[in-house]
Design a protein around this ligand. Structure first.
Ligand code: NAD
Length: 495
């Protein structure tokens, strides 16, 4: 798998990395790993394409985005297959990722409305003032392995709708989806050079962060890298939004419906093998709901079907790499050593379960009696592991949410509207769910966390991305009447 620069594939490289099928463990391809010179070539292509793209009318840009939307719909299965083959998630989940990406394209199709500036007639005598939004130039996106189609499409549609040109550096773990997206953008009419893809690792990232022709960087990935990307790119004078990791809590109050809460917890904890930044990884059971809820979750976990993503019967696929699977499994062991209770230990196959071969599988794991000092609570695990923390009161549960260093999503399950409203007001997280376990905002709102889940000011996609991908300019205009002209050395005042 190569780069996509100026409208064509470039697959020669000095370094390559292996791409796996996580369901079998087999190496299925080699991805080019960009050098600094490869990044420079992609940025140069984007820089060269910028003047003409910026001059392209808004209506033509929108026409292209509509065509791209149609192509995404038509190629949904192809993209889902590419995602599933390299990421491992089940096909229906991969198709869902494309559906969420479509929302972002739909939003970008309304860019004509979104780019409108303001106008003030007669701000001063004979003076009018107006504001315009202009594109930044070349912008870069650096994306994680867990949504290889959706996260790039959180960025690209709005960035190019605003008139920017784009360089994407996708995850080297699952590089193929980005190449399908680039090809479809070209087919839709996006001129060559407007969207480029450089495959690679930190070498490519480092070059993008310091490149003088890159105006802004959107990053999505783990918190340590997000922090570093933010610090490095801002030091080089760039606008940055860097979304990091998460530890999403789902608080269940004693009045919640146990079956509804159990269904939601299992779906949100084990979907995509827990490799979602909005996965529920901590369930805070308040009061007497804990015992029946843990039992209801245990029953559901026992019925989950784990297997290759390509098998329609599978509900949960493998993890992304053998190393990551081993790391998650090690955290499960540490949880037991530190005093938590393994209700379901995914390191062991249940009696009669099919052999999962050499794939990077870890079965769903449920850990009860987790405490905030436990490693499994403190770290982002990013696997199919749900930790249950027992709290005595609502205030104790809210305290856990608010003391956690991450603040991506948080959910509350209750039938008490007052409690839900209090949670909405007081929880320190960027996205809140009320009886919704994964509150990913629709494409016409913006997505982003608080605390160590986001470095920067503006959230990704939706209205905040239009702010991120444009800068404003205010124009003050007078058409003077020569009869009233005269020298005036005073500071201009409104009159
Ligand atoms: P990652 O941080 O390892 O990688 C993200 C990107 O950064 C990749 O393109 C990778 O090549 C690059 N990268 C990795 N290490 C780097 C380094 N040392 N220097 C420079 N670049 C580097 O993340 P991942 O494992 O691909 O994805 C999982 C993480 O992403 C989880 O922490 C998850 O919570 C997070 N995530 C967050 C969101 C969000 O919206 N907040 C969304 C999806 C994923």
């Amino acid at each position: 798998m190569g780069h996509w620069v100026a409208g064509g594939v470039r697959d020669r490289a000095e370094r390559y990395g292996p791409v796996h099928d996580p369901a079998t463990g087999a190496v299925t391809g080699q991805v080019a790993l960009a050098s600094a010179a490869d990044v420079d070539a992609a940025v140069a292509a984007a820089r060269d394409a910028f003047p003409a793209w910026r001059a392209t009318s808004v209506s033509r840009r929108v026409e292209i985005l509509f065509a791209f939307h149609q192509l995404l719909v038509e190629h949904r299965d192809e993209i889902a297959a590419a995602v599933s083959a390299e990421h491992g998630k089940v096909l229906s989940d991969a198709a869902g990722e494309v559906a969420r990406a479509l929302e972002c394209v739909e939003f970008a199709c309304g860019i004509g409305q979104l780019l409108k500036g303001g106008y003030t007639e007669q701000a001063s005598s004979g003076v009018d003032v107006h504001e315009v939004r202009q594109p930044l130039g070349v912008v870069a996106g650096i994306t994680p392995f867990n949504f290889p189609a959706m996260v790039p499409l959180w960025m690209i549609p709005n960035a190019i709708a605003c008139g920017n040109t784009f360089v994407l550096k996708p995850s080297e773990r699952d590089p193929s989806a980005s190449l399908v997206v680039a090809r479809l953008l070209q087919e839709a009419g996006v001129p060559d050079g407007v969207v480029n893809v450089v495959q690679g690792d930190r070498v490519a990232v480092e070059r993008l962060l310091e490149h003088p022709d890159v105006e802004a960087v959107s990053f999505v990935g783990s918190t340590p890298v997000a922090r570093r990307v933010y610090e490095t790119a801002t030091r080089h004078g760039k606008r940055v939004q860097a979304l990091g990791g998460a530890k999403n809590h789902m608080v269940v109050l004693p009045d919640a419906d146990v079956d509804v809460a159990a269904d939601a917890a299992v779906s949100a904890a084990y979907g995509s093998a827990g490799e979602r930044c909005m996965a529920v990884s901590v369930l805070v059971a308040v009061g007497a709901v804990a015992d029946p809820l843990v039992e209801a979750i245990r029953e559901r976990v026992a019925r989950l079907v784990v297997g290759p993503g390509s098998d329609p019967a599978s509900q949960m696929g493998p993890l992304i790499t053998a190393e990551h699977r081993d790391r998650v499994a090690a955290r499960v062991g540490t949880a037991a050593e530190e005093g938590a209770t393994l209700v379901v230990d995914g390191r062991e196959a249940p009696d009669g379960a099919p052999d999962l071969g050499q794939g990077f599988f870890l079965r769903p794991t449920l850990v009860d009696h987790v405490r905030p000092e436990h490693t499994v609570y403190r770290e982002e695990i990013f696997g199919p592991v749900l930790s249950v923390v027992r709290a005595q009161t609502y205030d104790e549960a809210l305290g856990l949410v608010n003391d956690n260093p991450y603040g991506n999503g948080a959910a509350i399950f209750t039938r008490d509207g007052g409690a839900a409203r209090a949670f909405e007001v007081d929880a320190r997280a960027g996205m809140i769910g009320v009886n919704v376990p994964i509150p990913v905002p629709v494409g016409y709102y913006s997505f982003g966390g608080w605390k160590s889940s986001l470095f920067g000011d503006l959230h990704v996609y939706g209205p905040e991305s239009v702010q991120f991908y444009t800068r404003t300019k205010v124009v003050t205009t007078r058409w003077p009447d020569p009869s009233t002209a005269g020298v005036d050395l005073g500071f201009p005042r409104t009159r």
